[in-house]
Design a binder for this molecule. Structure first.
Ligand code: NAD
Length: 374
């Protein structure tokens, strides 16, 4: 089978869906790989690197011609796919809810669209999980951005001129991004505390050398819940959490919020009045900005200043680490396609009843087939 890797069409997208490493691996499976010229230009992957790995590099039309699978990071414009073969797989983070019209366009073009961000969160699919691979980088970058803007040091330092005290970093939401934010802030020498509604995260926070700050006496979420995700909390819990945050946040220098609830707006965790209690020069990075934000007054994609506190509405931070983000995303795609590779057929075979396939298949035979799009 021929696999096409196209240049991304989404505004601001810097990543690409293959790396020289995954090109080699696909060829090792018996596939042919065609890369559109300039695909890796923002991700430090030159056309020559793809060629050296065995890919044919050429125009978009050349890449699409005869391709049985098309790989992308963000969903491609319908226009960019003109000339794609009927029945070809289109695999990437297609944003099915936000880009419904494009998904309908994929169906009309006869493509079989697979949305990688809907991959079930089960152990078998961990290596295919694009949300995890990208959130991990975002958690790291959130701390780096905050440290860059913070006018003080993160580590405690004893110098001949005197002692500088360590910065206090508070991480709210301890999923994949939050865990990496804790680890990064710890490596930089900050004093770190963290909170979540899932009590299973308490041990993880401790194991990273940070201090857990949890609502006590009101039930949170025991264990991992459905698929490991949080749900909306009771009004009683929300009130107790607000009191807890009010008591803690005034003593913090940097706050990183990452709390998300699948299918719902992000929970509001920090109010304007709470921001006003932070000391001037504090930095808040809201990784949930695109889902409505955890912080009152946060604007996605922008930095705003309120009460002398800078609030960064972080959007798509993984894009600012394009080389590593692409390499990991590309491996997620390879891990998915290779898991279903049928040597005899020389291509991936995706059984209708497979849990992973059901989770991510949006269109087939000209129709929308996913229950969430019904
Ligand atoms: P997420 O991005 O959906 O949410 C981030 C964190 O915010 C979560 O830990 C959540 O509990 C927390 N949160 C939600 N509401 C909150 C509130 N009001 N206050 C404080 N915190 C709040 O989460 P994620 O990073 O996608 O990870 C969620 C879970 O999925 C974790 O248990 C993770 O280990 C698991 N996971 C499993 C796999 C897999 O097995 N394939 C892959 C990735 C993640």
């Amino acid at each position: 089978m021929k696999i096409a890797i196209l240049k991304e069409t989404a505004p601001g997208e810097t990543r690409c869906a293959a790396s020289p490493e995954t090109v080699k691996k696909f060829i090792g499976l018996g596939a042919e790989v065609a890369v559109e010229r300039g695909t890796g230009e923002h991700a430090l992957m030159a056309d020559a690197d793809f060629e050296a790995a065995g890919a044919a590099v050429g125009s978009r039309a050349d890449a699409l011609n005869g391709a049985g699978a098309i790989l992308c990071v963000s969903g491609l414009d319908d226009a960019a796919l003109a000339g794609a073969e009927k029945g070809a797989l289109l695999v990437g983070a297609l944003d099915p809810i936000g880009r419904r019209e494009s998904i309908e366009g994929y169906a009309a073009a006869g493509l079989e669209a697979l949305a990688m961000e809907w991959m079930p969160r089960i152990s078998r699919a961990q290596s295919m999980d694009v949300l995890s691979s990208q959130s991990n980088l975002a958690g790291y970058k959130a701390v780096i951005e905050a440290a860059g803007l913070y006018g003080r040091m993160l580590p405690m330092m004893m110098t001949a001129a005197g002692t500088v005290s360590a910065a206090k970093v508070f991480v709210m939401g301890v999923g994949v991004a939050g865990l990496q934010a804790i680890a990064t802030a710890r490596r930089m020498g900050a004093q770190v505390s963290a909170t979540d509604v899932r009590s299973a995260t308490r041990e993880q926070i401790l194991s990273l050398g940070a201090k857990p700050i949890f609502v006590e006496h009101v039930a949170g979420i025991e264990g991992e819940g459905a698929g490991g995700y949080a749900t909306e909390m009771s009004p009683e819990y929300q009130k107790a959490q607000a009191e807890l945050v009010s008591g803690h946040i005034a003593k913090q220098d940097i706050v990183i919020t990452t709390a998300l609830i699948p299918g719902k707006p992000a929970p509001r965790l920090i109010s304007d009045a709470q921001l006003a209690t932070m000391r001037p020069g504090s930095i808040v990075v809201d990784l949930a900005a695109e889902a409505g934000g955890n912080v009152e007054g946060c604007v996605a994609g922008e930095s705003v200043r309120r009460h002398d506190v800078t609030i960064i509405g972080a959007a798509n931070l993984a894009r600012s680490l394009a080389a590593d983000a692409s390499a990991l995303f590309a491996r997620n795609l390879y891990n998915f396609l290779s898991a279903f590779w049928d040597q005899e057929a020389g291509k991936p075979v995706l059984p209708d009843e497979d849990e992973l396939v059901k989770g991510i298949r949006l269109t087939k035979d000209g129709k929308l087939v996913h229950e969430r799009l019904a």
